[in-house]
Write a protein that binds this ligand. Structure first.
Ligand code: ASP
Length: 426
């Protein structure tokens, strides 16, 4: 944990130094050393290596993590009623989260004021809209190997889900391969960490290059982007979760948040749903009154596939990047974003920073430049910490509602613990 904290600090230092260096460069007159050697040479090289490192991981990471996730939940008989309810809640709230983020992004317009449209080298593919029937037909790959090679994310997801579920259905016989996938999953996580270990330098270069090109102009849109994400996270927690607790669960929603504080604190400081899982389970059982049998199923599943906070960041990021690069998103593109961000949230592992990597898949699905991630990566850690709190809150609200609907909920714990909390806090 200490390592993670110091990496956070280093990334922030890289961000601040990069911004200062970039602004300084921006003020200097044009020269060969400044333009060719520093900006288009060193900064572009270092930033490009880092961005490519992230892109490199997307296909294998999403594929492997989805196969593992799907095989863990794929036995429909075993899952039964609880499984369907859990999946229904997780998917519905994620769709609400991303829609809220898109809406708020369109109101706040975080990317307006920063114009990088001329920086974009490749032609956006967004103009040509295919008939919706073709779009849906194309989700099922004719050749999954080609989909992997091309990085066609939706096709990869469909194949990975089917593979994972099929593995779960023949459980025993699939065990050797499942073991390989689980091991690959750990390896991918390690690779993410290795790439992230050079993030301070990468962030420095990317931010310095951005600020050197656009100067102070980049600052306000970035702050607007952060504000939009944070407001959307609060609204989702306040409206969707509290609404669900009081309307569906008939429970006092404020009491839930008081009970859940310990897990929220750990999620905020680790920025990892998976890392927080033991605390989430403990807090849900001991302070929120859910049953062990439900919690031990819904919470690990949620920490793997339910990431409403991540989906919110991705929704706002899509709006931000589309505005910065001057690319209009059609209604069809927005629907594609809702679909892919929901799937990306399933494919996002509950560890720090992965939401940014799966964001590239969402961007690609609507033809937005993946390079846009460079703009937001420097300030992502704080948002990562905040969205992880929302991620685990969604898992636990779902667990409470399902516990209650299954008659396995202890209301005394939910309310009594709350009294203890108030005393503790006071
Ligand atoms: N850090 C997030 C989590 O663990 C995932 C992400 O959005 O990067 O829940």
């Amino acid at each position: 944990m200490k390592g993670k904290n110091s990496l956070t600090k280093k990334i922030l230092i890289g961000l601040v130094l990069g911004a200062l260096f970039g602004v300084l460069l921006n003020q200097l007159p044009s020269s060969y050393i400044k333009d060719t050697i520093i900006i288009s040479g060193i900064l572009k090289l270092v930033g490009g290596l880092f961005i490519n490192g992230i892109k490199m991981l997307v296909v294998p990471l999403v594929f492997v993590s989805l196969v593992c996730g799907a095989s863990a939940i794929g036995d429909p008989k075993k899952l039964g009623r609880v499984g369907i309810k859990t999946l229904g809640f997780y998917l519905t709230t994620t769709c609400i989260a991303i829609s809220l983020a898109l809406l708020l992004g369109s109101i706040i317009n975080p990317g307006v004021g920063l114009d990088l449209s001329n920086v974009l080298k490749q032609e956006p593919e967004i103009g040509a809209s295919k008939p919706i029937v073709d779009v849906i037909t194309d989700i099922v790959p004719r050749n999954p190997v080609a989909s992997l090679a091309d990085g066609s994310m939706l096709q990869i997801i469909v194949f990975a889900l089917l593979l994972g579920v099929s593995m779960a259905l023949i459980r025993k016989k699939a065990e050797p391969i499942l073991g390989i996938f689980e091991s690959l999953n750990d390896i991918m996580m390690k690779m993410v960490m290795v790439i992230m270990s050079v993030a301070p330098v990468g962030v420095f270069a990317l931010i310095a290059k951005t600020f050197a090109t656009v100067g102070f102009d980049a600052m306000v849109p970035l702050l607007k982007y952060m504000a939009a994400v944070i407001i959307a996270l609060f609204l989702h927690a306040g409206l969707t979760y509290m609404g669900a607790l009081s309307i569906i669960g008939k429970l006092h929603p404020v009491k839930f948040f008081k009970n859940f504080v310990p897990a929220m604190g750990v999620a905020f400081s680790t920025a990892s749903s998976s890392g927080t899982l033991p605390v989430t389970i403990d807090t849900a059982e001991e302070r929120c009154g859910v049953s062990r049998s439900i919690a031990s199923f819904t919470l690990p599943l949620g920490a793997t596939i339910n990431m409403d906070g991540t989906a919110i960041m991705q929704g706002v990021a899509v709006i931000f990047i589309s505005q910065v690069y001057g690319i209009d998103l059609s209604l069809q593109s927005l629907l594609t974003v809702i679909l892919t961000a929901t799937l990306a949230s399933i494919g996002t592992a509950g560890v720090p920073g992965v939401g940014l990597i799966t964001l590239s898949m969402v961007l690609q699905s609507v033809g937005l430049p993946v390079e846009g991630i460079a703009l937001i990566i420097g300030i992502d850690r704080l948002l990562d910490m905040t969205r992880t709190v929302v991620n685990i809150t969604g898992d636990t609200v779902c667990t409470i509602l399902i516990s209650k609907s299954e008659g396995e909920f202890n209301e005394d714990i939910y309310y009594q613990k709350n009294k203890a909390n108030i005393e503790e806090v006071a």
